[in-house]
Design a protein around this ligand. Structure first.
Ligand code: SF4
Ligand code: SF4
Length: 103
């Protein structure tokens, strides 16, 4: 079975980013990735990605390293709970500092 076929068999909903609406400024906690602790970064393999799998808003990318779309991340903390490496820390927005602007 090809890897992509296996991914199609997972019972994971795949709404597009933003189906739940832009988060705006109300997120209380921000998930911050420590890439040095992330399993795919450490191994160079497309493995793990529990953060991608369990994010209810589908805003974590399946890339090395994973990235989080903060425009739509709700700060629920599920990614941090599911990460087996403890690579995601939920940081209070007031302490996390400004987000880098893209583009
Ligand atoms: S905090 Fe919640 S919404 Fe944000 S990336 Fe993690 S699982 Fe997704
Ligand atoms: S769950 Fe944790 S270790 Fe796995 S890909 Fe996501 S951040 Fe990396």
């Amino acid at each position: 079975m090809a890897k992509d076929d296996f991914c199609e068999m997972l019972s994971r909903s795949t709404p597009g980013p933003g189906d739940g609406g832009n988060t705006g400024s109300w997120r209380v906690l921000r998930p911050v990735l420590n890439a040095a602790a992330c399993i795919p970064v450490k191994t160079g393999r497309m493995s793990c990605f529990q953060c991608w799998l369990y994010c209810p808003d589908c805003v974590v990318s399946k890339t090395i390293p994973p990235t989080i779309d903060y425009d739509y991340c709700k700060g629920c903390g599920i990614c941090a709970e599911e990460c087996p490496a403890g690579a995601i820390e939920m940081v209070p927005e007031a302490e996390a500092g400004p987000l880098a602007k893209e583009g």
